[in-house]
Design a protein around this ligand. Structure first.
Ligand code: NAI
Ligand code: 15L
Length: 277
């Protein structure tokens, strides 16, 4: 962890990509406590910048703009990109080229730690009867999931070759509340998400780590024992929402692929080549 703060905060400057999105908006407040300056970035409106924030409207696929955006930061929380399945050409620009641009910029500017928002969809074609850990093979359930596999592999390479540490967060379903029966298993509360990012930034040595981002739910498909060194202890649970989805327990309807595999409805998508196709 870099210690370049003038005020005693753990970081001098953090970069948050995807700051205008669902999770970025949740994290912005917490980052203020952790760094003197927070560079917030997105292609969408970022709202009013707080005194400690530096707002940058940057498309991750723009190599030169990303290079400038990364200059002078100590660590990066990379949430930016397309967060659902989408046409390949769009995913290629935002998630593949964009993540490559970010890691190259990190290498050139000497950034030592990145927290990468991966997804449970890197292993979405594992059956709901399996319990997975960090060593489970990739079984992406969509082109979107494939782009997150790329991010996990890219970050592995940048660690092995250049020593840039990454924690890959295989986030489950992080929203205000679970929206369906599947999310009773995959739910990650906003509070637990923020704590997971905090652990990922503050743990002394992380190397290249993989952790499932999930709250302490009654049922689980994921075992985080191998990421125990991060010290992540979820405090929330989907239990309080269980009575909202009584008819469809997570393992019900096993003939339907959307119930058979962990990725849920993502497993039923079809590859789209370009916008509108
Ligand atoms: P979101 O879609 O609300 O936010 C993503 C942000 O990235 C958006 O504000 C969007 O404008 C920005 N973005 C898209 N393309 C971009 C580009 N080319 N250049 C710059 N910015 C771009 O998604 P959310 O929920 O905030 O998720 C954040 C990250 O976490 C995403 O990478 C997503 O794939 C991942 N994730 C989220 C989960 C969840 O349940 N919220 C579950 C698993 C993964
Ligand atoms: C994801 O990767 C998506 O970003 C999010 O919108 C949800 O669909 C989530 O997975 C999920 O699996 O529920």
């Amino acid at each position: 962890m870099t210690q370049t703060s003038l005020s005693g905060k753990p970081f001098g400057r953090l970069l948050l990509t995807g700051a205008g999105g669902n999770l970025g908006r949740q994290l912005r407040g917490a980052l203020a406590e952790w760094a003197d300056a927070v560079r917030v970035s997105d292609i969408t409106a970022l709202g009013e910048a707080a005194a400690h924030e530096e707002a940058r409207l940057v498309d991750l696929s723009d190599r030169e703009a990303v290079m400038q955006m990364v200059e002078g930061v100590d660590a990066i929380v990379h949430l930016g990109g397309i967060s659902v399945d989408a046409p390949f050409d769009d995913l290629l620009e935002a998630n593949i080229r964009g993540t490559y641009n970010l890691y190259e910029a990190a290498r050139k500017h000497g950034v030592k730690r990145i927290v990468f928002a991966s997804s449970n969809h890197v292993t979405g074609f594992h059956p709901v009867t399996s319990v997975l850990d960090a060593d489970a093979p990739h079984r992406p359930d969509s082109l979107y999931g494939v782009t997150k596999c790329f991010g996990e592999s890219l970050s592995r390479y940048y660690y092995d070759r250049f020593g840039i540490e990454t924690v890959c967060l295989r986030i489950g379903s992080s929203f205000e509340e679970p929206k369906n029966a599947r999310m009773l298993v995959t739910f990650l509360s906003y509070r637990d998400f923020i704590e997971l990012v905090r652990c990922s930034l503050f743990t002394n040595r992380v190397g290249h780590a993989i952790v499932y981002g999930v709250s302490d739910n009654p049922a689980s498909w994921w075992n985080n024992t191998k990421a125990g060194f991060l010290g992540f202890r979820p405090r929330d649970s989907s239990a309080a929402f269980a009575d909202r989805f009584p008819a469809s327990a997570p393992n019900a309807g096993l003939a339907d692929p959307a119930h058979q595999f962990q990725g849920g409805p993502f497993v039923l998508g079809e590859p789209m080549q370009g916008a509108g196709q």
